[in-house]
Design a protein around this ligand. Structure first.
Ligand SMILES: O=C(CO)[C@@H](O)[C@H](O)COP(=O)(O)O
Length: 227
C-alpha cells in the first residue's frame, strides 16, 4: 500500500486533543505544520469507557483533509461497521485483537476493500495475540496507554512488545509499520523508535504544545535520522 511506504516515519496527530468546534481548521493547521496522517479515534462507550465520534464525523474529517485518515476503531463488533468507515473515507482502518472472534475475516474484508488493515493491541494483552495476524496487516498499533482517554502517561512495558513485533516482522520479511499511541512525546517517541516503532500518534504533545503544532511535531521527529 503506497501510503504505508511513502516516508520512513509518520506522525499522525490524534484529533482527540483538537478543538472539535474548529475541527476543519485544526486539520488544515496541523497538516500545514507537518502531519503525515490524521488519527481519528472512534469509541463506543463499551469497548472503552468513553464515546467519541462515528462514521459521519469521519466523513466530514475526510472532506477537509489532504492527508490520509487513520481510523482507530475502539468498538465492540467492528465487523458490523467496517463498510461504513470505508465509505466514510478511512485510508487505514485499525481493529483490536481483543474479544474479536471474527478478526481474520474483518482484516481480510478491509484489505479486499482496497485500504490498509491494521490490528491494535492493548497494554494488558499478551503480544502473542497479534502474532497469527501479522501477515494480514500493514501495521500493528501498540497501545502505550489503556485506550479511552487522551493525556495519560506512557506505559514503559510497551517497549518490549514493540521489540517483539519488530523482530517477528524482520524474521518474516513483512516490513510492517508499528504504530504507537498514548503518552507519546519527544522522550517516549525516541524510546519507541529505538524499540522499532515508525508511526507516532500524539494528541496532547501536538495540539497542546506550548510553542505550536509545528514545534510539537518537530520535537516528536526528534533525533530520527534524515529521511
Ligand atoms: O486513542 C487514544 C486514547 O485511547 C489516543 O489516540 C489518545 O488520544 C492519545 O492522546 P495523548 O496521550 O497523545 O494525549
Amino acid at each position: 500500500m503506497t501510503i504505508m511506504k511513502t516516508k520512513k516515519e509518520i506522525i499522525s496527530p490524534s484529533l482527540l486533543a483538537a478543538d472539535f468546534m474548529q475541527i476543519g481548521n485544526e486539520i488544515r493547521n496541523v497538516t500545514a505544520a507537518g502531519a503525515d496522517w490524521i488519527h481519528a479515534d472512534v469509541m463506543d462507550g463499551v469497548f472503552v469507557p468513553n464515546i467519541t465520534i462515528g462514521n459521519p464525523v469521519v466523513e466530514a474529517i475526510k472532506s477537509v483533509s489532504s492527508v490520509p485518515i487513520d481510523v482507530h476503531l475502539m468498538i465492540v463488533h467492528p465487523e458490523n461497521h467496517i463498510q461504513k468507515f470505508i465509505k466514510a473515507g478511512a485510508d487505514i482502518l485499525t481493529v483490536h485483537c481483543e474479544n474479536n472472534a471474527n478478526i481474520f475475516y474483518t482484516l481480510m474484508e478491509i484489505r479486499q476493500s482496497g485500504i490498509s488493515p491494521a490490528v491494535a493491541i492493548n497494554p494488558g494483552t499478551p503480544v502473542t495475540m497479534v502474532e497469527p495476524l501479522l501477515s494480514l496487516v500493514d501495521m500493528v498499533l501498540v497501545m502505550t496507554v489503556n485506550p479511552g482517554f487522551g493525556g495519560q502517561k506512557f506505559i514503559p512495558d510497551s517497549l518490549q512488545k514493540i521489540m517483539q513485533i519488530r523482530k517477528w516482522s524482520d524474521e518474516r520479511n513483512l516490513d510492517l509499520r508499528i504504530q504507537v499511541d498514548g503518552g507519546i512525546n519527544e522522550k517516549t517517541a525516541r524510546q519507541c523508535r529505538e524499540a522499532g516503532a515508525d508511526v507516532f500518534v500524539a494528541g496532547t504533545s501536538i495540539f497542546k504544545y506550548p510553542q505550536g503544532y509545528a514545534a510539537g511535531i518537530k520535537a516528536i521527529r526528534g533525533s530520527s535520522v534524515a529521511e
